[in-house]
Design a protein around this ligand. Structure first.
Ligand SMILES: Nc1nc2c([nH]c(=O)n2[C@@H]2O[C@H](COP(=O)(O)OP(=O)(O)OP(=O)(O)O)[C@@H](O)[C@H]2O)c(=O)[nH]1
Length: 144
């Protein structure tokens, strides 16, 4: 069974998370996801995320910590392992280079978006752990 490793970034700013809507030129058009992409050879997941977010949104991020990955099969014989990471926005203005739109979303609106199927367990996990993640980010900020 082929397992495709895909990273995705849960980028936080001011208590909201950045969600991105896939465009018509992408697979799963119109559905919402966390930006990211496939890990290339000789690349760590963190390096992949920093590269993909620069390529897709032209911003710089800092990767903070991983959350639970989710395996999902869109087609027979192929599994996508979606690997989420909590990140913070570091620098730059968002420029939509691949997605049709992005939104900064508060916890209470997270589940009202139409998510790509592989993201649904990740959204659930994020919803359950939202307050813990926020606290970690505040503590991290105080450290910096
Ligand atoms: N980046 C990302 N991909 C996701 C998510 N959820 C999800 O099902 N996917 C799927 O995972 C795969 C990642 O592909 P991608 O197109 O974003 O990655 P990429 O830029 O490296 O791909 P490419 O080299 O084919 O252009 C796609 O099949 C996409 O539909 C998500 O939250 N983020």
């Amino acid at each position: 069974m082929e397992v495709v490793l895909v990273t995705c970034a849960l980028i936080f700013l001011d208590g909201k998370v950045l969600c991105a809507q896939r465009s018509d030129s992408m697979q799963l058009p119109g559905l919402w996801e966390f930006p990211g992409g496939k890990i290339e050879k000789d690349e760590t997941p963190q390096e992949c995320l920093v590269r993909e977010i620069k390529e897709e949104l032209s911003i710089s991020i800092q990767v903070i910590c991983p959350l639970k990955p989710n395996d999902h099969s869109y087609s027979i014989g192929k599994v996508i392992r979606l690997m989420p990471f909590v990140c913070i926005w570091q620098d730059g203005e968002i420029n939509l280079l691949e997605h049709q739109s992005v939104e900064w979303v508060a916890k209470e609106n997270l589940k009202s978006l139409e998510w790509a199927p592989a993201d649904i367990p990740i959204v659930e996990d994020l919803f359950e752990n939202w307050n813990i993640i926020q606290k970690q980010l505040v503590d991290k900020n105080t450290e910096l």
